[in-house]
Design a binder for this molecule. Sequence first.
Ligand code: PRX
Length: 673
Amino acid sequence: MVKIRLTRLLEHCAKQQFTSKSVIQRRPFTSTQFPELSQFGDNISSHHDLHKYSITEPEKFWSILARSRLDWSQDFDVGMSCDMSAGQFSWFQGGKLNVSVNCVDRWAALDPERIALVWEKDEPGDTVKVTYAQLKTMVAKIANLLKQAGVEKGDVVGLYLPVSPIAVATMLATARIGAVHSVIFAGFSSDALATRLNDAKAKVVVTADEAVRGGKRIPLKKTVDTALENVDSVKNVFVMRRTGTDVNMVANRDTWLDDGLSGCTDDCAAVPVDSEDPLFLLYTSGSTGKPKGVSHSSAGYLLYAMVTMKHAFDYNQGELFGCVADIGWITGHSYVVYGPLGNGGTSLLFESTPTYPDPGRYWETVERLKINHFYGAPTALRLLIRYGDDYVTKYDRSSLRKLGSVGEPINIEAWQWFHDVIGEKRCDVVDTWWQTETGGIAISPRPSAPGAPLAPGKPQRPMFGMDPVLLDDKGKIVEGNKVDGALCLATPWPGIARTLFGDHDRFVNTYFSVYPGYYFTGDGAHRDENGDYQITGRMDDVINVTGHRLGTAEVEEVLTEHPLVAEAAVVGFPHPVKGEGVYAYVILKEMSEQVSEEKLREELRKIVKTKISGFAIPEHILFTPGLPKTRSGKIMRRILRKIAADKSDELGDISTLAEPDVVQIIINKHLHK
Ligand code: PRX
């Protein structure tokens, strides 16, 4: 699947003579964008020069930026001390700072009336603006409430909230008192929520009565109640009123957030934390069933989110940065909250969906709020393309300057539509490749810099501090251009995750042991004839459904919980809108009673929805008497992927399988599904 996508893409690129008007508009380089580096003046005149400096002199590069762009309570002594093989990273050692001060207080002091957040609620036109002064008050009050609830430095606070100013203020409030937040996407089920709260030993949960998305109400508090039946660590739940509906409140545990806040002052001293103290955990999927609590640092993470946000998008204060991601994912953390606010910017909080009340929602919002930077996922673009251009062109998009894409490969058709129709061939499209673990954008074209022309449909070139290399299956570096390999990063950067919560061995084994001396991303990549990078897809058992990362093992575990399921194997298959869809092959136990296949499918879909989330529901469930296994019992997923992708003519040699005949049975069933 990945190969086909790439081949088409390369053919298209070769055919296309790409011209973008915006490529021509340039601004002076070091003087306006990196004033702190002007001492290197003439030596740095292009993105390439600056990038080279950032990877040959990483300590110097990042220390200069850390001192000029962050406010410190105590300066640091050592810029960087890292050991890739051991997965040990320390940036700005000896320094102390507070992230909420950097994201709020310093801007509130400078310009209290500047808008920090523009909350576009689900109902179109229902917009709430929050100034930096107001945000400072909200943060301080919530921080005081958390302190009253016994939250101390290092404690974990779970957030299960809609995209909202309260959610942002709660994240910053935990930072203010040196606590750690763990935001759990409010689309996850009660089981998924409980697993994450238990793993993090969260003390407090902040949630809402209900969320509202696309006109539908989602019972968040009810889900929290169910989750907490299996969680002992949570002692307090604070409930934001979003819809005002009546919800069950448990005595001595649950408090309405407004009631709690009414007793709190708006004065809360910020706790200076060490640069390396954790700022947050964010659970993400890996190739085993257990989600990973990716842990990020305070200073290094914040600096990396800020620098990448400013320079990938050429952001200037006063502009409205519109990242439409949910705060439950890393994109929401880095480019809705920490990047924009760390830079003193104005950030959009988009609570709705791309198609509510109709497929013009994004562009109507762009016109009404005059959004300057729009950052979203290819899956949404692919969905919107189907509704035609009229939903776009009837709105004024002249405020837009940069368009960003994230989360999955952007196919050429979507890229072109983004660039030509949405951006009127005027706005650069910035394809940003990165991961929960990288903390911020790692590969992206940065078209605002000299010497960085755009090529459609690929993230192209490394950001500062990123040294991508391609490795072959023997672990040797693949040199030159027009080559493929496992995408690894060779030098440390401040935003790299520091550990997996409670499991540093898993951190080292997953990212630093596969190719010793390198960070292994889990992705494959192609380097084209110009040296530009193109992501070819995951190399592990992780798939990407509507831009959401999903471990196939998680779905398999849940399917086998059904009493009639003996075994399950889950793979991804190419999906025209979702990017990838979930395809489950299921072996049933001997059945004592007859149950229809359709009823079973329905039950299995329901299990996945209630145990994980709606986006993980298999599109196809195929019942099979067996699975293609090697003689040692390992499932050959490669074969299952080919069949799911309608490529059973490309299976290659299957004679080494324990039971090769099962393959034809599966193919027949797939063809008649
Ligand atoms: O496979 C890559 C894909 O998403 C994975 C990271 O997922 P997650 O940690 O959830 O973070 C998503 C948002 C940063 C990567 O390993 N991915 C992300 N961005 C791109 C991408 N694949 C291709 N092109 C991208 N721009």
